[in-house]
Ligand binder design. Structure first.
Ligand code: PYC
Length: 332
């Protein structure tokens, strides 16, 4: 029996996939996108599994549904889906979703060039430039981002002791700078990063508790941000973000870049108004900026912005038929 038919616009943001699912939306209960995210996970998660996992997706696959806003003052709402679950916020996902939706006429801004969108982590402001049918770039002003744990030593079985920070930029990131047992991403293969990331995440999550003070459903270290020396002379830093079970972000990671700017701001390495060009594993770049200083539960925080681009590369109708033994995907 056919469980669902989903029309998808496939795109990538600076190299990382974004599958914007434009039909087959389940109705979601909740007063805001955080509650709707919980409702989706409780009652409709088969859709994410079917569309993100193999054979319809792959380890890096991530996507989004656009919903009408919960508050009519806003232009729309995004539910992020990916192999690891539904993220509270996704930067590359926002840039890809906004690009694909505007090009397909699925978002109608009240003010051209500007959108105000609801995501599970809060409200984000978006600016973009469109030339004819094509969106050239998207800049999102993210939710408040902050350093949650500084200079903590964790024990990673088999690797040794690592000094790390944990910062929030829409997800909680354990940030690993080069040190004795980690020489920097330019010296490690993708296989090495994938080998050690789950161990580092588990060690950080056990030792360094994180619960968002404004939304306790946002909790736990979910991503590892490894750092290194950039290849491009105009990048300030390079990173490789690990998420899910086997994913390394091909984009510079919007929430990771926000977390890293919050970390650098808290350590006096980045000031209000300064830009921060972050480079991905494949050399693509996001331009970040500390827009303003704020507070989260009385702690210093920043409002970062992230600018990047996305390209649409395909249209796809996916059918989920429960006669198929792999209807709901698999992971190897
Ligand atoms: O761009 O925020 C991001 C992101 C999160 C996971 C993968 N990309």
């Amino acid at each position: 029996m056919i469980k669902g038919t989903f029309f998808c616009i496939d795109a990538h943001t600076c190299g990382n996939p974004v599958r914007l699912i434009t039909s087959g939306h389940p109705p979601l209960r909740g007063r805001n996108m955080s509650e709707k995210r919980q409702d989706f996970l409780a009652h409709h998660d088969w859709i994410r599994q079917a569309l993100m996992f193999e054979p319809r997706g792959h380890d890096m696959m991530s996507g989004a549904f656009l919903y009408p806003p919960c508050d009519s003052a806003n232009d729309g709402a995004i539910l992020f889906v990916e192999t690891s679950g539904c993220l509270p916020m996704c930067g590359h996902g926002t840039i890809g979703t906004v690009t694909a939706a505007l090009e397909a006429g699925l978002l109608t801004p009240r003010t051209p060039g500007q959108l105000r969108l609801e995501v599970p982590a809060g409200i984000i402001d978006v600016q973009y430039q469109q030339t004819g049918a094509k969106v050239d770039w998207v800049r999102l002003t993210n939710i408040a981002s902050y350093l949650a744990h500084a200079d903590k030593v964790i024990d990673v079985p088999g690797l040794g002791q690592l000094k790390v920070d944990v910062a929030y930029g829409g997800n909680y990131y354990v940030i690993v700078e080069p040190q004795e047992c980690f020489p920097g991403i330019e010296h490690w293969s993708a296989d090495q990063l994938l080998r050690w990331s789950p161990e580092v995440r588990a060690a950080a999550d056990a030792a360094l508790p994180c619960i968002h003070p404004d939304d306790p459903t946002v909790r736990g270290v979910s991503h590892v941000l490894w750092t290194g020396t950039p290849k491009n002379p105009d990048s300030h830093a390079a990173n490789a973000v690990f998420y899910g079970d086997r994913a390394l972000d091909r984009s510079p990671c919007g929430t990771g870049t926000s977390a890293r700017m919050a970390q650098r701001f808290a350590k006096g390495l980045l000031a209000e108004g300064e830009s921060f060009v972050h480079e991905s594993l494949i050399g693509s770049q996001f331009v970040g900026r500390v827009e303003r200083v704020t507070e989260v539960a009385g702690q210093p925080a920043i409002i970062p912005s992230i600018q990047g681009w996305a390209r649409v590369h395909g249209h796809n109708t996916l059918v989920v038929d429960d006669d198929d033994p792999y209807a709901f995907g698999f992971q190897v």
